[in-house]
Design a protein around this ligand. Sequence first.
Ligand SMILES: Cc1ncc(COP(=O)(O)O)c(C=O)c1O
Length: 436
Amino acid sequence: MGSKLAILGGEPAVTVSTREKWRRPIEEEKKLIWELLEKGKISGSGEGLPLEFEEEFKEFVGCEYCLTVDHGSTALASAYYAVGVGPGDEVITPAAGYIGSYAGALHMGARPVFCEIDPKTLLMDPEDVERRITHRTRVINPIHMSGKVCDMDALMDIGRRYGIAIVEDAAHAAGCEWGGKKIGNIGDITCFSLQGVNPTGKPVAGGEGGVVCTNNREFYERMLAYCHLHRAGVTDELRSPAYRGLDAEVLGLKYRAHPIALAIALVSLKTLPYRTEKAIENREKLFRGLRDIPGVEPVHSYPKAKWHGLYGGWQVIYHPEELGGLSPEKFKAALRAEGVPIRGHGWASGHLGEHLRTIFTRGFDLWGHGRGPLDTRHGFMGLPPFKPYKKGDFPITEDLAKRVITIPPYIEPEEGLIEQFIEAFRKVAENYKELL
Ligand SMILES: Cc1ncc(COP(=O)(O)O)c(C=O)c1O
């Protein structure tokens, strides 16, 4: 490799294949699916393979209760119901987030209140969360983006001091840990997504699906009652006086997972420890190599966090001031030309932040007739009329959205690939003047 930048006609730094080599054990998936088909067990929950998945997931996480649902976003909706979110409440969620994270609360009549991220970890900033608490705040919603784990000690402390529930969005974070404990075992309720297939899908993936974990019996029973119509044994499980005596149709919603999706997810769960360890090993190698290169700062993680980035990848923060003001666009284009398959920031695609979605910049009449938490003309259930967000409201998030670079995660990269990625960053950083 010469030193001439590939974007200027030189040889690219990356010459080996950038394909992930690891393949999921598809024969095991086929076997489980075939058994379900032969037995005709392709519907239902609370028994058979769906129950087996919940038992395995529960054991893996180490929590007391676990339920599967049809999506990560419905996992979150059922969690919001469980902790008592209702019309006029507020839910604090990061602007560097995702609509599926808070949509369940919005549809229950709650208003999402955005907060900033910590510029080093790119995760919900606990100090900013605390500033945004009002008497209407019902939930704090940490999102473990890319499996990077939020500061759970600080957030749990805030939650306990103010009596606010912590509903974690761990859509990307199955297998990640905080202080040696698996995610799913810390906040009041933790929600996972099973969307996609490995290696590109969620860490535990089965096409579509979701999981909730909790150690709180009351929350567990509320989630059961909310959306587990006709689950085997549901009426026996509802022991609290408030829900005992409900019939098997409970509250009428059926958001259960498809058994075929859970068969795929069960196989995925078994390979997660291997994928986690390999992803961490490769990320550490990459980050070690990038650490002394000017212009790039590998994302930080809290000392108690163990994270893989299996979904959402590995972030580095670009500092244009260290490379003569070279724009992030030019820096990224030069890296891509060198053969590094980078993407931008890991939060909502196409936006600098969630607050800049149209429903938040214009407001939205959610239920018609000027009703709902985003109506700009009328107050709603004690909430003042919605004040639309605008560009500039979240300067940290918006600035980082332009400067964060995501490198895809690898479980089994081609021999030498990580080293070539490091070389590509070094080459662009050393020759930046040619791009000014
Ligand atoms: C951060 C985050 N939260 C929630 C979800 C929702 O999960 P699902 O797509 O399974 O509904 C996703 C899905 O991509 C996500 O990335």
